[in-house]
Design a protein around this ligand. Structure first.
Ligand SMILES: Cc1ncc(COP(=O)(O)O)c(C=O)c1O
Length: 468
């Protein structure tokens, strides 16, 4: 006897009706695919037709604060809860405002690639990282029970904690750290048949490490595993890892995507299909990973963002490209200024021509839809940089304490310039040895340059450095 549920004609009627809605959606998507990055960021898949038909003409996507969706009858409820029709159901599972954002991000990360993509927006960037990685290591299938994954050690402190304490310490999943992420040979030496994924943060926070993503994806795919990239510091305006072969991208939307600094949120976007050996019991796992996450682990872990946060992100995201252009140019100027400052012994910024990873970063980080006059996109390297202050660690603290305009905060990606000392903040918990391996000395000040006039940022830095 089959244990497949059978549905009555009343449920089937709802399924047939949904097919019409899905066809309409596919037409909107096809139209969107012909549009430019800025247009997609501004509109997503929300159209004039939808505004007039469903939302009293509201030109801005409405915020659905409701916890749940009402159904016409038992048949529609059954069809919805069996995921047979498009539904949002309950805000922990989905919400229309969050869906608008998911559709937009899927388009932006897939922009110019010709790939079919999907997205799951989460309550934070870290939630997106957990949901992007956990499904690969907690599934018992796939042969050996000895499971490992390979990650750059130059990752955000929270990611480091999740990988080393939660996955490795508590669950016995081996994390194999790569100390020089630009060295593809080191990655290759760490992978074996029990490896479930490769994880790279590019550019990394705070060190600015980088790698040839195409080569990394090639390595991953030779082992039939996915490459997962945290591209928070680049944003899709400067780099789309899926275009370089990555399978899954994670973003802390809390950062430059929501430059105004009003919301915490994250996203994972995947290509369809991803490369993986897993997922034999559920085709969606491979065919549409972000949707798989959305329907199952996300639903069951309570990682949903508030609809208000999804709305705040959507609103900030509309002007992402032009903002990333401006703050990258500002950061470039500030980095060049610090590079010649007598009190600074090292500046970590990929935009500096003498940075060892400048060349490889330049092949990835380009302002989307820009033109340098010869038909090529211009390079932009984002607004996160680091600088290392001469002398003992106290010197870095002294400079830090003297900032007048630059905010001291464990934050980045802001429209306002913000600085921190990673060794005593974002990367404090991982301890001295792990910081040494990850190249985070106490002399390092991380600076994220905002949209102020760069002369004022430099003046603030100059007066602070004059304290030494
Ligand atoms: C590169 C990177 N990824 C992920 C995160 C985590 O994001 P969230 O704070 O939104 O959880 C951060 C936070 O600083 C980050 O810098």
């Amino acid at each position: 006897m089959s244990d497949q549920p059978t549905y009555g004609p009343d449920v089937q009627a709802y399924i047939d009706r949904a097919k019409i809605l899905l066809a309409e959606r596919a037409a909107v998507l096809a139209r969107a695919r012909t549009m430019k990055f800025d247009t997609l960021a501004v509109h997503g898949l929300y159209t004039v037709e939808e505004a007039l038909r469903l939302n009293q003409g509201a030109i801005i996507e409405p915020v659905y604060f409701s916890t749940s969706q009402a159904y016409r009858d038992a048949a529609e409820l059954e069809a919805a809860l069996a995921y047979l029709i498009p539904t949002w159901c309950y805000t922990r599972i989905a919400n229309p405002t969050t869906t608008y954002l998911e559709e937009t991000l899927a388009l932006l990360e897939g922009y110019g690639t010709g790939l079919d993509t999907s997205c799951c927006v989460t309550a934070s960037g870290l939630a997106a990282i957990v949901l992007a990685t956990d499904p690969f290591v907690i599934r018992p299938e796939g042969g050996s029970q000895r499971v490992n994954f390979v990650s750059s050690i130059q990752v955000y402190g929270g990611t480091f904690q999740h990988f080393s304490v939660r996955l490795m310490g508590e669950r016995g999943v081996e994390c194999r750290w790569v100390l020089q992420p630009s060295d593809i040979g080191e990655w290759a030496a760490r992978v074996d048949e029990d490896t479930r994924f490769l994880f790279m943060e590019a550019p990394s926070n705070p060190q600015q490490s980088f790698a040839d993503l195409k080569a990394l994806a090639g390595l991953a795919h030779r082992w039939e595993i996915p490459l997962i990239v945290d591209a928070t510091c680049a944003t899709p305006a400067l780099m789309r890892p899926l275009a370089h072969g990555a399978d899954i991208v994670v973003q802390s939307l809390t950062k430059s995507a929501t430059m105004g600094g009003s919301a915490v949120a994250g996203a994972l976007v995947s290509r369809k299909p991803i490369v993986t050996k897993l997922g034999r019991d559920n085709p969606l796992f491979r065919e549409d990973f972000a949707q798989y996450v959305k329907l199952y682990p996300y639903r069951d872990s309570g990682a949903a963002p508030s609809p208000l946060n999804a709305f705040l992100v959507s609103n900030d995201l509309r002007t992402l490209r032009s903002k990333m252009d401006l703050v990258s140019l500002n950061c470039q100027k500030v980095a060049e200024f610090l590079r010649t400052h007598p009190r600074v012994y090292q500046v970590d910024y990929l935009g500096l021509p003498d940075h060892p990873l400048h060349g490889i970063a330049g092949t990835h980080m380009k302002l989307v839809d820009s033109d340098d006059g010869t038909g090529n996109e211009v390079n932009r390297y984002g607004h996160l940089m680091g600088f290392r202050v001469d002398g003992p660690p106290e010197n870095a603290r002294k400079v830090f304490d003297r900032f007048r305009m630059i905010y001291r905060a464990t934050d980045l990606g802001r429209i306002k310039s913000v600085a921190t000392i990673p060794a005593i903040s974002t990367h404090q918990q991982q301890g001295e040895e792990a910081r040494r391996l990850a190249d985070i000395p106490p002399q390092l000040i991380r600076l994220c340059v905002g949209a102020e006039h760069p002369d004022d940022v430099m003046a603030d830095l100059d007066q602070a450095l004059a304290a030494l």
